[in-house]
Design a protein around this ligand. Structure first.
Ligand code: HEC
Length: 385
């Protein structure tokens, strides 16, 4: 077996257990890898107390959150991982469109903006771009990657610490752990060079500020952890940066790009993957199978997804006569008239983004929970009911 083939089969079979692993992104001529760290679930207070030094209005009020176990990128996503998404071939871009994955426009000028290249964090992408990257990567690898929620991000950053910074309350120690205004020489720095936090995450604060997922489509885009240009107080675990128009103020385009933030050359991302026991193996196979043959008999993984996410309203038999289904007005999907309305793209879009009936939100989007291939498998499953 060649080294690439060996690497690929290792990536396919590895992360069934909840432990750290290395993922390789399949490429044409070479492979690019990144490390994922297993973060145990637990409970912690996020947000900052009123008296915390450096506290800002944008900090969340303190609240207890519980998070389930998940994997998180050991480092920020580096350019080698991000470029194949931006500079994908025309054929790949066309193919991915069918799965609802869009690729960014090419940036004006150098994508690096005269900052670090190989081994440096990818930066300057919008939250939308970062979220689409996760979808692309999920399809490439067969593992469901996404942006962290704010709770997951802060839980992972704190790694058990209730102090202002994950290392304690002393801002003078920041230089040991982070690249920020005082030591970054006004640019990004190579990933993974400073000391990690207690979970073994590097640059979790500093270097680039990291996008978190949006709670809903209308929510503001939020980035966490401060970047190379920020003062030390932005390295506090509770610090948050909320996107403003200024992040894109140098854009000569009108309307400005939805993919690149011209003035935010300090925002990047870190990956997360949920851990659900038993999820890893079937999800990977169902993804591959669903992409190749959507009308194939439903696998156990597809049935499990349906039962978990859809049956509450649409009914286990698809007739929609559950309590919730009735109250929301779900139709009978065994009715030939409803089946006749089948439209793959529209149905998948409904699952991804949710639907409104008479201006009322009746079905929330599953973009964060399911890959595009899983959504596709589900709508074909409903069509076949
Ligand atoms: C909270 C209730 C609820 C849940 C949960 C839910 N749906 Fe729906 N869904 C609805 C309602 C209500 C409609 C609109 C009426 C109808 O067509 O049944 C709808 C519509 C749809 C449509 C048709 C969209 C169109 O344009 O015709 C599809 C496909 C669909 N849902 C799939 C799913 C799938 C797959 C899941 C699970 C991942 C799911 N739904 C979960 C309530 C729900």
């Amino acid at each position: 077996m060649g080294t690439i083939a060996a690497a690929l089969s290792a990536a396919e079979t590895s992360p069934e257990k909840f432990e750290n692993y290395t993922e390789r992104i399949p490429g044409q001529s070479s492979t690019v890898a990144f490390d994922m760290v297993a973060i145990p679930g637990g409970e912690i207070s996020i947000g900052s107390p009123a008296g915390e030094a450096g506290r800002e209005e944008t900090d969340l009020a303190q609240a207890k959150v519980a998070v389930k176990p998940f994997w998180m990128g050991k480092c920020e996503v580096k350019w080698e991982e991000f470029l194949p998404f931006v500079f994908a071939s025309r054929e790949e871009i066309e193919k991915n469109k069918e799965d609802g994955i869009t690729h960014p426009t090419k940036p004006y000028g150098s994508i690096y903006r005269q900052r670090g290249e190989k081994g440096y964090p990818a930066m300057g992408m919008s939250q939308h771009n970062a979220a689409e990257y996760c979808k692309w990567l999920s399809k490439k690898t067969g593992h469901k990657y996404r942006l962290p929620t704010e709770a997951e991000w802060e839980y992972a950053c704190r790694a058990g610490a209730t102090t202002a910074y994950f290392w304690g309350d002393d801002p003078a120690m920041a230089g040991e752990y982070a690249w920020f205004k005082d030591n970054s020489e006004e640019t990004t720095q190579p990933i993974g060079k400073k000391k990690p936090n207690k979970f073994g995450l590097y640059d979790v604060v500093g270097n680039v500020t990291e996008w978190v997922s949006k709670e809903n489509a209308d929510a503001a885009a939020v980035a966490r952890g401060g970047g190379w240009s920020e003062p030390v107080t932005r390295l506090r675990s509770a610090s948050r940066m909320i996107e403003t128009e200024e992040w894109n103020e140098l854009d000569p385009q009108s309307p400005p790009s939805i993919w690149w933030l011209s003035a935010a050359d300090w925002v990047g991302l870190r990956l997360v993957r949920s851990f659900e026991s038993g999820e890893a193996a079937p999800a990977a196979t169902s993804t591959a199978a669903a992409a190749a043959a959507p009308a194939a008999p439903a696998t156990d993984a597809v049935k499990a997804n349906y039962k978990r996410y859809c049956a509450g309203c649409h009914g286990i038999d698809g007739k929609g006569q559950t309590k919730l289904g009735k109250s929301k007005g779900a139709k009978d999907y065994t009715d030939p008239k409803v089946k006749a309305g089948f439209d793959e793209a529209r149905w998948i879009k409904a699952v991804r983004e949710g639907v409104e009936v008479d201006g009322q939100h009746v079905m929330t989007g599953y973009e964060e929970k399911l890959t595009e291939a899983e959504m596709k498998a589900l709508v074909y499953f409903m069509k076949a009911l």
